[in-house]
Design a protein around this ligand. Structure first.
Ligand code: NI
Length: 396
């Protein structure tokens, strides 16, 4: 596959080595210092000289364009890892205990570097800013990049994610919703403690918590339009320290996913209503904290058109496939799309005969070949956008 792509053999070897090095040394959000050093060194060694550190542990590589009147274009790859103990058995598995590139950001960082190499060797019409974004997994990095000013003047931004639901060679590049919003919640039930043998003297927050967990499952099943995707997941519960003590309080935390602003609002308000109602049923008081996360990812039609053309140019029309099932994962690329038009793609990452291993699992691996596809498609997006920008400038 990669032999058809515009890399030399030595670049392919270097990009593979980069990806494996990043995979072997994963770093959590806001701790990507080695990753930042490695990427900066790699870029400078491959003819990308204007590299600047931004957003604490991120980078921007500026690649000058041929047409000074064309608006800059941005490409983004995220670089952080997850707090997961790797169990892939790869020869280049994580050397950092409890930290793993289980979401493919090692590949994203590498394909952004690959795109930078291609554009440095063969510049596009306008300047391209390749963003190496930290802290995507905690939903904070994109905002930090925006605050750094690295995107000032940029007309359009592209990014992509590896996806093992699709085989290597397939790419999703379409307009409209692509990923869900990711709000989080925390609910504390306050009761009164007592001896475990005398529950009548308590207001038991643990029994209330059990009822609340089940009641929350009715929000999506009974309140949300079945035609709209949505998720309410309780991911952590904490209560009590001893088997014969009814504690004073109990707490749960979780995540809410929605694909439209209206359903996002519904899920949040129902969660709050039910928490208070269930608490009252059990003579408890609820404290509900809702925290806004990333908005839904919604691709701009024009940017999506350019991305689809880039996929056709690099891989042929057969490579373009529809998303199919809505992705309920979140993606802080959405913050860029609040500022500037953009398109976020899904890049097939399943090797022939491979299993559908889930992202964020200890066995997740993105097939390495998709690195070259991501790099070539992203650089082509920049190239085609530059042509469009120059064209519109000429007709203005
Ligand atoms: Ni990811």
């Amino acid at each position: 596959m990669s032999s058809a792509l515009p890399f030399t053999d030595s670049e392919i070897a270097a990009l593979r080595a980069l990806r494996r090095d990043l995979h072997q040394h994963p770093e959590l959000s806001w701790q990507e210092t080695r990753t930042q050093d490695t990427l900066e060194r790699f870029l400078r060694a491959h003819g990308v000289s204007q590299v600047e550190r931004i957003a604490r542990t991120g980078l921007v590589a500026r690649i000058p364009g041929l047409d000074p009147t064309a608006a800059p274009v941005a490409l983004r790859g995220d670089i952080d890892a997850l707090p997961i103990q790797e169990a892939t058995g790869l020869p280049f598995a994580s050397e950092h205990a409890g930290v793993m590139h289980a979401c493919g950001h090692d590949v994203h960082a590498s394909w952004a570097a690959g795109a930078a190499i291609l554009l440095a060797r063969n510049p596009a019409a306008s300047e391209v800013r390749v963003i190496f974004q930290p802290a995507e997994e905690v939903g904070e990095g994109a905002r930090a990049v925006i605050e750094s000013g690295a995107l000032v003047g940029v007309s359009v931004i592209y990014g992509a994610h590896v996806d093992r639901r699709f085989p290597v060679g397939e790419v999703v590049a379409q307009a409209g919703p692509l990923a869900a919003s990711t709000d989080s919640f925390s609910i504390t039930l306050h009761g009164s403690g007592a001896h475990g043998a005398r529950p009548q003297e308590s207001a038991d927050p643990i029994v209330g918590l059990g009822a609340l967990i089940l009641a929350l499952q009715t929000i999506v099943s009974r309140r949300l339009d079945p035609a709209l995707p949505g998720v309410v997941t309780v991911g952590a519960v904490q209560a009590g320290r001893a088997g014969n003590v009814i504690p004073e309080s109990a707490e749960l935390t979780g995540t809410i996913r929605a694909t439209t602003p209206a359903s996002r609002q519904l899920l949040n308000s129902e969660l709050e209503r039910i928490a208070h109602a269930v608490a009252a049923t059990h003579r408890l008081r609820a404290t509900v904290t809702l925290t806004d996360g990333t908005p839904p990812v919604v691709n701009d039609p024009r940017a999506a058109d350019i991305a689809a053309n880039a996929v056709r140019a690099v891989l042929g029309a057969q490579a373009l496939v529809p998303l199919g099932t809505t992705n309920m994962g979140g993606e802080d690329f959405a913050f860029y799309q609040e500022q500037i038009p953009g398109c976020f793609m899904r890049v097939g990452a399943r090797e022939a005969g491979g299993e559908m291993t889930a992202a964020h699992s200890s066995r997740f691996v993105a097939d390495e070949e998709c690195l070259f596809i991501g790099a070539a498609v992203l650089s082509e997006c920049a190239r085609l956008s530059c042509v469009s920008a120059a064209g519109s400038a000429a007709t203005a």
